[in-house]
Design a binder for this molecule. Structure first.
Ligand code: GSH
Length: 419
């Protein structure tokens, strides 16, 4: 089952689901190229969540929004997991702590933290109210945890996951040691939870703040909020649509510096992949004279390589739509290589078993390692580098690009393009 999360990945509301998914063993994919303030404003996104907020989980049966609901849905995918308790009363208590965590703690902690990081106006009496509500909530939680490791029962439940995600960012911003030391059972609980391997894998390391950020100066509106520089690159790229004022910093937290894709470190190539993709898409007539000629004119054998692929299990391709779906799934999974690849996949024959053959253009002179590692379909195909000194192979490339029929003497059932 394919589950796609629409949101930036550094969002505590997304963490709730990702941790639940770790416990139930379900795979969640993050939507590619999600841009906060841009992607969540598109009509397609509004169709999934009319308020335009993240996260949204796309499921085969329809979308779900509201992070707690999403996490609950994922937790229920394996009824045998104990994330939702093992009796009705446990289920009720898990729900109770989820609401407590959301309404008594998260709402008040946000009220305290957001003005301190410059995301909403600072109002002293409001802050005092928030802090006293947080103390009341933590006091109650501390009492509950005096004799317990987990909120409900004897193992991690969804209540612990949601509670911990709601607290983690606040530990980084306002919950100083001098504040939390009044609640020792709560402290022990929090550190136990964030150090559970399935939690720390998603949340990462938490360093408790030593000080509450100073009140942002009202006199200098141009001063950037503390967490804002982290957004700079993203904002510039998105060229304008400003992040919504209520977009919480945890959503916008600086992505951990991503290791550069080694393909970005290759010497520059005169061939611009997007130019080729545009030429391919825009050529409607005289394809051979315009697009194919254009391809060879721009092709750079030092910066790119061409590969034929051949499905290893063609005799299994006995049903046309199953074969087409299989290839469609492969192309979806290749999404991770969009910046670095172009591909054509042909489904050949007018009766089963259908043959699946393809042509791929990759940045670099080898098939990129990350594609081999991360797209499991790759090993279902035999890969042969196109020998450019062989005119017959070059002609085969041309025919594959232009969906030439008959291809190797056979009709095409379908031709799919990855661009
Ligand atoms: N109650 C919602 C809160 C969602 C929410 O506030 N999302 C923020 C990011 S953390 C957002 O999408 N803000 C953009 C906006 O307000 O337009 C949930 O738990 O999913």
């Amino acid at each position: 089952m394919s589950l796609i999360m629409h949101a930036g990945s550094h969002n505590k509301n997304v963490f709730k689901t990702l941790i639940a998914a770790e416990y139930v063993g379900v795979e969640i994919k993050m939507a590619e190229n999600f841009q906060m303030g841009v992607s969540n404003k598109t009509p397609e996104f509004i169709k999934m969540n009319p308020i335009g907020k993240v996260p949204v989980l796309e499921t085969p049966d329809g979308p779900i929004f509201e992070s707690n609901a999403i996490a609950r849905y994922v937790a229920s995918l394996k009824p045998e997991s104990s994330l939702l308790g093992s009796s009705l009363i446990e289920y009720g208590q898990i729900e109770q702590w989820i609401d407590f965590s959301t309404l008594e703690l998260d709402a008040n902690l946000r009220g305290w933290a957001m003005p301190r990081v410059g995301y909403s106006p600072y109002i002293k009496p409001a802050e005092e109210n928030y802090i006293s509500a947080v103390k009341r909530g933590l006091g109650a939680l501390n009492t509950h945890l005096a004799s317990r490791t987990f909120l409900v029962g004897d193992s991690v439940t969804l209540a612990d996951i949601i509670m911990t995600c709601n607290l983690a960012f606040k530990f980084k911003v306002v919950l100083t040691k001098s504040f939390t030391s009044e609640f020792p059972h709560f402290e022990r609980y929090f550190w136990t939870m964030v150090n559970q391997p399935k939690f720390s894998k998603i949340i990462g390391e938490i360093k408790q703040t030593e000080t509450v950020p100073p009140i942002p100066s009202a006199k200098k509106p141009e001063a950037k909020p503390k967490s804002e520089p982290k957004n700079e690159a993203k904002k510039e790229k998105a060229s304008k649509p400003k992040p919504e004022p209520e977009a919480a910093p945890e959503e916008e937290e600086a992505p951990k510096p991503k290791a550069k894709n080694p393909l970005d470190l290759l010497p520059p190539s005169p061939m611009v992949l997007d130019d080729w993709k545009r030429l391919y898409s825009n050529t409607k007539t005289n394809f051979r004279e315009v697009a194919i000629k254009g391809f060879w004119d721009m092709y750079d054998p030092e910066g790119y390589s061409l590969w034929f692929c051949n499905y290893k299990y063609n005799d299994e391709n006995t049903v046309s739509f199953v074969t087409m779906n299989k290839v469609g799934g492969f192309l979806q999974r290749m999404d991770l290589a969009r910046k670095y690849a172009f591909g054509k996949m042909l489904i050949i024959g007018n009766e089963p078993p259908f043959k699946v053959k393809g042509l791929w253009l990759f940045r670099g002179t080898e098939i990129p390692k990350f594609v081999m590692d991360e797209c499991y379909d790759m090993e279902l195909y035999e890969w042969t580098k196109v020998d450019l000194s062989d005119e017959a192979q070059k002609e085969r490339v041309n025919q594959m690009i232009e969906d030439f029929e008959p291809f190797e003497g056979e009709t095409l059932l379908d031709a799919k393009c990855f661009k």
